[in-house]
Ligand binder design. Structure first.
Ligand code: FAD
Length: 535
């Protein structure tokens, strides 16, 4: 053991959210010694950090939950269709208790670097807690939406009031009662929090750069009957989720938006709108995600709903997305978002017309006015998919830095592994369905696959598994080609890295479908890890 190394383990996992927790359980069951590190003070990942008012899932809770344990499925009961953050965090705490996970997790500890030692065929992992751990396998469960994006406006430190970021919401909460609140950003977190903030704040001023398409969640308590019915049908439901396009069972559309007349098309969109399901409107016809004209019928339907809901026509227009196709930025499910703009105490500022200039001592300055406020909420999103990975000094063979390898965009084989970085795995990494899916489905699939791969290496008395450069290149080209068959690359979205200045513009998720993707991964394993070198 090298002098600096404080511990030797079989595996290090970075992150203790849905992914890291399940990965720990699987590796422990397989008999591997495992250490998990998380910068957070406890388990939960996304649901530990995002405590802003209104935070909740937008995939139904009975689907957005682990499927690996039938006993866990049966004993846990969700209270509402879309659970709020405290309930999801309670669930993850329950899982941590039930499977005694915490004894292998070190909290409040960041992994700073991970260097591959070629001679030893092991990773050396350094934390800010002063530990240097040597591990055969390194599994990054660092999350796709865990690295908050720094607000692109100067002056925050000058502000005399309270500043809160939705992705790092203070545990003690933020008291907005009777206060003037500025919300910067209208992505999912802004859309979820604005109605709640507006209900108790004196004034809420919403600073919008790009409007989002949002649909009513139709959230409601679950009744005993439907819970029992769903619990009884869990095996079939989970199987359908695994085989589906987005990890959510749906009946696939069979007709183009232009196979039906205007009245029928409107009726189909209306039916989809009433479902309160994230993928319903986009899935109403076969070509909404692939054809601009078809897409525009969906976009116009949602815009008509905004006009119906928001009484001031100018505000309705400002809230109406017109610069990118429907669904190519992650759509939102809301509870009263558009209605909130009918309140007297809510104001909308269009940053396209009057750009943000700076934060002052008293509030937010645009090119047109000073907006005084007591609280600033930054709902400015994340450096998605690659942010948390690139923040760690990860070096593979020949000291190659992952950030250098990815300087023109992420390159992976199956979103799981990177050529030149043996025994490193990325759970829901770029190049996998990840953020284009019910992520718990994708997380479980990756964790199971990685566990099998690790056991294959060890079972054969080998040391390493590494993606081959050729297989990686083919996969990257395939991800791009499938993406280009859709409208996704047309939007300046975080899927494209476009929300972070200087980030390469690459469509980072795999849109080939959760079911076909799983099949591909299974085929690779069945063909003796085709495209990987085992040594
Ligand atoms: P995370 O939960 O992000 O956990 C990663 C952990 O890694 C974090 O705790 C972080 O602190 C830790 N970490 C990262 N880097 C380091 C480091 N260097 N050192 C130590 N620790 C580190 N997905 C859905 O499918 N459906 C939804 O409805 C949904 N709603 C969402 C709502 C919000 C507000 C957000 C932000 C995301 C939502 N997501 C949703 C996506 C969500 O991130 C995933 O569903 C899931 O929680 C990801 O789990 P994870 O374990 O992969 O990552």
């Amino acid at each position: 053991m090298s002098a600096d190394v404080t511990e030797q383990v079989d595996a290090v996992i970075v992150g203790a959210g849905f992914a890291g927790m399940y990965q720990l359980l699987r590796l422990r069951e397989a008999g591997l010694s495992t250490r998990v590190f998380d910068a957070a003070g406890d388990v939960g990942g996304t649901w530990y950090w995002n405590r802003y008012p209104g935070a909740r899932c937008d995939v139904e809770s009975m689907a957005y939950s682990y499927s690996f344990s039938p006993e866990l499925e049966q004993e846990w009961t969700w209270t509402s269709r879309y659970a709020d953050q405290p309930e999801i965090l309670s669930y993850l705490n329950h899982v941590a208790d039930r499977f005694d996970l915490r004894r292998d997790i070190t909290f409040s500890t960041s992994v700073l670097s991970a260097h591959y030692d070629e001679a030893a065929a092991r990773w050396t992992v350094v934390t800010d807690g002063g530990e240097t751990v040597s591990a055969q396998f390194l599994i990054m469960a660092t999350g796709c939406l865990s690295m908050s994006k720094a607000p692109e406006v100067p002056g925050e430190e000058r502000f005399g009031g309270v500043v809160a970021h939705t992705g790092h919401w203070p545990h003690e909460g933020v008291d907005v009662a009777g206060k003037r609140v500025a919300v910067i950003g209208t992505g999912s977190s802004g859309i979820q929090s604005i109605p709640i903030l507006a209900a108790s704040a004196a004034e809420v001023t919403v600073f919008q750069r790009t409007p989002n398409f949002s649909m009513p969640a139709r959230n409601r308590p679950l009744d005993d009957g439907e819970i029992a019915e769903r619990k009884a049908a869990y095996p079939e439901y989970r199987a359908a989720a695994r085989a589906s396009g987005f990890g959510i069972p749906t009946v696939p559309a069979t007709q183009s938006a232009f196979d039906v007349d205007d009245a029928e098309r409107a009726a189909r969109y209306q039916a989809a709108w009433e479902k309160g399901v994230l993928v319903a409107v986009g899935g109403a016809f076969t070509d909404v995600r692939t054809d601009v004209a078809a897409n525009d019928t969906a976009a116009e339907f949602v815009r008509s709903k905004i006009r119906e809901t928001v009484t001031d026509p100018a505000t309705a227009e400002t809230l109406s997305p017109r610069t990118y196709p429907f669904g190519t930025k992650r759509p939102c499910l809301d509870s009263g978002y558009y209605e909130t703009f009918n309140r007297e105490n809510v104001h909308l500022v269009d940053l396209r017309a009057t750009p943000l200039q700076e934060i002052t001592e008293d509030g937010v300055r645009t090119s047109e006015a000073d907006h005084g406020c007591d609280v600033i909420v930054f709902a400015t999103g994340f450096d998605a998919m690659t942010g948390a990975l690139n923040a760690i000094d990860i070096r593979g063979r020949d000291g190659l830095a992952l950030t250098n390898k990815w300087s023109e965009g992420p390159r992976t084989y199956l979103g799981l592994a990177v050529a030149g970085f043996p025994n490193l795995f990325t759970i829901t990494g770029p190049g996998s369905p990840s953020v284009l899916s019910n992520m718990v489905v994708s997380i479980e699939q990756h964790v199971d696959w990685v566990t099998d791969a690790v056991l294959a290496v060890r079972g054969r008395g080998l040391s390493t598994i590494e993606a081959e450069a050729r297989a990686e290149g083919e996969w990257v080209a395939h991800v791009e080609a499938v993406g280009n068959m859709t409208l996704f690359p047309q939007a300046d979205s975080w899927y494209m890295g476009a929300n972070v200045p200087g980030k390469p513009r690459v469509f980072m998720a795999y849109v080939g479908g959760v079911g076909p993707y799983r099949q591909r991964c299974d085929d690779v394993a069945a063909k003796d890890y085709e495209g990987f070198a085992l040594a």
